[in-house]
Design a protein around this ligand. Structure first.
Ligand code: PLP
Length: 353
């Protein structure tokens, strides 16, 4: 499909790439393609970045008919630009679309929307160490009627913004609070879909944890309120007695691409990785027995995020002396080296622009 490009009349001043705040400095253009039932996808275009005009009765505004993705464009040492596993993001978006009755988008169209926009905005891909261009594709249901039905008119939109290192002071262990009241998602719900509704459900616990001095919550499953699912909006991994453990993809855990990549690297390095149910009780017992060696979250924004302290009720445990564990550090170093092109890409994860 041809992509029509309308350039912005004036370009914004680019922010200082040593002082980027995550998700704030949106660029000059965005990609939009429409879908209408019976007609399919049509009118792919890149237009000046700006407000969308949406009918106040549009379903996305009332019933959360929205899915999204998150990936990055990386500037390599030779100045070229590359993406990390973008087809995995598109496949996951189509899985999310299936759950929310949104239309499937052809891989090549979804990818062209991303690559064309990054090409138009290439001067926005920052060069400083650990910086990148964050890419946010999303799909919204736009039928203007308050009845609860899936939309026949939909848009797929891509916006991008330069981002800095997630942790400007470097990888620091974070404090995590085990959430025992609110749940993020339940089996049969939308936990396996990347959709705004799951985030809305997570806000209260996140706010309360922050007020209590914790940076994220550890989510438990919605049925038994016992088994660990994710940490904040990241997947979570533990090293217990030399073995790597991570919750299995049980339907309410998101299938993270960073999770997938970490599992592959760990296996390459000869670690045993167990994907299974892990109860909070098992985790705290391991911590008390001294066998909880490392804990970390995984996600595109932070790559890996070491966990230094875990609290549940009035129990508190420290993980690897509140230091970054060796495996956590090794995963961070290797994944970022592949993403920024400083290291060979043995699994064909990189797509060069
Ligand atoms: C996006 C996301 C992740 C991480 O997925 P990546 O593909 O690694 O970025 C984990 N959990 C939730 C709930 C998410 O939305």
């Amino acid at each position: 499909m041809e992509i029509k490009i309308t350039r912005a009349a004036t370009l914004k001043e680019k922010p200082d790439s040593s002082k980027l705040v995550f998700g704030k400095a949106m660029t000059d253009h965005m990609f939009i393609v429409d879908y209408d039932e019976g007609q399919g996808w049509h009118d792919a275009r890149i237009v000046p970045y700006g407000p969308l005009s949406i009918d106040p009765a549009a379903k996305v505004l009332h019933y959360g008919e929205e899915i999204f993705e998150g990936l990055k464009a990386y500037r390599t040492g030779d100045g070229s630009i590359q993406l990390f596993r973008p087809r995995d993001n598109i496949a996951r978006m189509n899985n999310s679309a299936d759950r929310l009755c949104l239309p499937q988008i052809p891989e090549e169209l979804a990818l062209a929307g991303i690559t064309k926009l990054v090409e138009v905005e290439q001067d926005w891909v920052p060069r400083e160490k650990d910086t990148s261009l964050y890419i946010r594709p999303f799909m919204i249901g736009l039928d203007a009627a308050l009845g609860v039905h899936s939309s026949k008119h939909v848009q797929y939109i891509v916006v991008v913004c330069p981002v800095g290192a997630y942790y400007p002071e470097g990888l620091n262990p974070v404090k995590i609070f085990v959430e025992e009241k609110d749940v993020r998602a339940v089996k049969g719900g939308m936990g396996m879909a990347k959709t705004g509704g799951n985030y809305a459900a997570s806000l209260r616990a996140g706010d309360l944890a922050e007020k209590a001095g914790y940076s994220q919550v550890l989510w438990l499953d919605g049925v038994h309120r016992k088994y660990i699912e994710e940490v904040g909006s990241m997947n979570v991994m533990f090293k217990i007695a030399g073995k790597i453990l991570t919750p299995d993809l049980n339907g309410s855990v998101l299938d993270g691409i960073t999770r997938r990549s970490c599992i592959q690297l760990l296996k390459d390095w000869g670690y045993e990785v167990e994907e299974r149910r892990i109860s909070a009780e098992e985790l705290f017992a391991a911590a008390e027995a001294g066998t909880l060696e490392e804990a970390w979250g995984t996600g595109t924004a932070a790559v890996v995020s070491p966990i230094g302290e875990l609290a549940m009720g009035n129990k508190k445990v420290t993980v690897s002396n509140n230091q970054i564990g060796a495996i956590t550090q090794k995963l961070y170093d290797n994944l970022t080296a592949i993403q920024w092109g400083r290291q060979e890409d043995p699994h064909n994860w990189i797509l060069k622009l």
